[in-house]
Design a protein around this ligand. Sequence first.
Ligand code: AMP
Length: 193
Amino acid sequence: MSVRLILVGPPGAGKGTQAELLCESLGIPAISTGAIFRAHAQAGDELGQLAESYTSRGELVPDEVTNKMVAVRLAEPDAAGGFLLDGYPRNLSQVAELDSMLGESGNQIDAVLCLVADDDEVVQRLLGRAAEQGRVDDTETVIRHRIELYHAQTEPLVSLYRERGILVEVNGMGSIESVAQNLVSELKAFLTK
Ligand code: AMP
């Protein structure tokens, strides 16, 4: 299916897992800015070192860096027939940049999926993930800061996309399977409306 999607939701809502599952069933690439930053950090290259100096503190990587990286990724051939952005855009200035990137090729976002989850639940999930994966940004202080940033900088996007009429809210609090099923069915219902 040729569809351009954004997946938004607080840290710990399960975006990465759900992005992979949804993209597999839709046959489009999942593009996760957080995962791209982590891959560069693991490789120890210049972008990785720069990104990690922000991600390790739970701060956003500067927009110029992130926007450029997304523009390069969206220009790759596999994204021509649709994609799902996970973790981007994360603030209003990235929304404007994405609009203009897509506008240049005459495209637009078809739907914005928002995983709804409450703060206490996501903190518990992230602390659990910290024990399993050892991500540098999963300590309690950094987690709290990431959630604060989500409310302050990313939540305004949700209202904006709601005003644009392309927001699809899905309860992110069930099992992986039930959230995945809800995402697919709510998306299909929205796209065939
Ligand atoms: P995530 O895997 O989406 O939780 O992202 C992990 C970290 O990568 C975030 O806490 C930020 O430091 C950084 N990051 C990911 N996406 C963006 C973005 N769109 N803008 C700025 N920083 C980002």
